[in-house]
Design a protein around this ligand. Structure first.
Ligand SMILES: [Zn+2]
Length: 447
């Protein structure tokens, strides 16, 4: 948007606010001053930028299907751009209600399940009202229920960082990390799926945000053997403009260096920028527990080996930024059972490297090197499938399944493997019911 247009819209917004101020019961109205939509598979996220906090009321109407959002004490000060080519949304309409609410009616092409939440300000955003709509009857998901078997294909989860409201790092000429890493991820996905004995999938297939915890839940649901998160590095100021080369990380409680800690902090902020309605305050506790169970299952050692093999390949592209496997508390690497690495490809804050990262040939070269690194480690990943000794158990906790919960979701939350949950509770497959009681093994080092 040009500066002139931005100023004009801001002025128009002020005028609207002045006009409606007379009818407001208390204080100035909240302005809805921005709108955008992000589409994923069977999913759309509508984001409304608000000038302040307010509450909302939502409901669905059938025949024809509509979703209604009443934003209390608010007024629309932007235009609702049409949502093109959406399998879910047909149109958007607005109308001021007698009680002072701005009503947004979403005309739907299909019935939806909804989740609406208000995000607190986090730079560069102010308050945002987020409306997630999913098709009510998702296509049957072919989630892997295969037991860990030595002869099945190796499954690699490819995790392109950021997406949607979260562009990641932004380089010269508006080159955005989220687009670069999605392109590399797609290349890698093609290479792996074309390799005999291998298969892969993307945790994010388009320009929409996936919360960090959801990313490794998806990997768990697909019985992934490894999790490879792809990012592009960035550092502020002159240091970032001249920094070069790739690095690779595995999980640790603390950043090994100041730079590693800074990087983990910025990457973990994704949930605040991209927008996740998660209980983020529990991250630290989660991480401590995850590390306990990870060390029990050998996941850290396996992550290190995978990282080492990929780093060896990345070193063939030129000098590395860090020539050893680095460690930092990246939330997205917290899968208790899946060897997980995070690759920081070259520096998007460096203008020369940003231009290189934006070109399809270099994206393909990077994908090829990552592919080769994974192939080098394939034997180790395969060996992990052989059932090992169970870690010593301290006691079982009892858990009652809530509506909508999945076995893999519970496994991730309690930092145990799905296989262990199945074995402890005599469950075959993934089917669990609300109200069902499960025993959750709690391993050593927990009080
Ligand atoms: Zn990133």
């Amino acid at each position: 948007m040009t500066g002139v247009l931005r100023r004009f819209l801001a002025l128009a917004a002020c005028l609207v606010a002045l006009m409606v101020a007379g009818t407001a019961s208390a204080g100035p109205r909240v302005m809805i001053r921005g709108f955008r939509a992000w589409q994923g598979p069977r999913y759309i996220r509508l984001v409304f930028d608000l000038s302040g906090a307010t509450s909302d009321r939502t409901f669905s109407l059938p025949d024809p299907d509509r979703f209604v959002i009443d934003v209390r004490h608010a007024v629309l000060a932007t235009s609702l751009a049409p949502v093109a080519h959406s399998p879910i949304v047909r149109d958007l309409r607005v109308g001021l209600q007698p009680d002072g609410s701005e009503r947004i009616v979403v005309d739907l092409k299909t019935a939806v399940r909804s989740h609406t939440f208000l995000l607190r300000p986090y730079p560069p955003y102010g308050y945002r009202l987020v409306v997630d709509l999913r098709t009510a009857h998702p296509a049957v998901q072919h989630i892997a229920t295969r037991p860990p078997h030595a002869h099945r294909r190796l499954v690699i989860a490819i995790d392109p960082g950021h997406g949607g409201d979260d562009p990641g790092a932004i380089g010269v000429d508006g080159i955005e990390e989220k687009n670069v890493v999605l392109a590399i991820g797609r290349d890698l996905n093609r290479l792996l799926n074309a390799t005999p004995g291998m298969s892969s999938f993307l945790t994010r297939t388009g320009d929409y945000y996936v919360p960090l915890r959801r990313r490794f839940e998806i990997a768990t649901e697909h019985n992934a053997d490894a999790f490879v998160s792809i990012h592009a590095d960035s550092f502020p100021g002159p240091v970032g403009r001249s920094a070069t080369g790739s690095s690779i990380y595995i999980l640790s409680r603390r950043g090994a260096s100041r730079e590693a800690a800074y990087l983990a902090h910025t990457e973990n902020a994704s949930d605040f920028i991209g927008g996740a309605s998660l209980d983020l305050g529990r991250n630290n506790t989660l991480l401590n527990h995850v590390l306990v169970n990870m060390s029990q299952t050998g996941t850290i050692q396996a992550s290190h080996q995978l990282a080492q093999d990929i780093l060896g390949q990345l070193s063939k592209l030129g000098p590395l930024h860090t020539d050893y496997v680095d460690r930092a508390p990246f939330m997205v690497l917290s899968s208790p059972e899946i060897p997980s690495v995070l690759i920081e490809t070259e520096f998007i804050s460096n203008p020369v490297e940003a231009h290189k990262l934006a070109t399809p040939w270099f994206q393909h070269v990077l994908a090829y090197r990552i592919w080769k690194g994974i192939m080098r480690d394939a034997k180790n990943l395969r060996a992990r499938r052989a059932p090992g000794p169970m870690p010593p158990r301290v006691h079982n906790a009892e858990y009652t399944v809530k509506p909508g919960e999945t076995l893999s979701g519970i496994a991730v939350r309690y930092h145990v493997t799905v296989q262990v949950l199945r074995a402890t509770n005599g469950i075959h497959g993934n089917r669990i019911a609300a109200g069902q009681r499960l025993l959750i093994p709690i391993y050593g080092a927990q009080s």
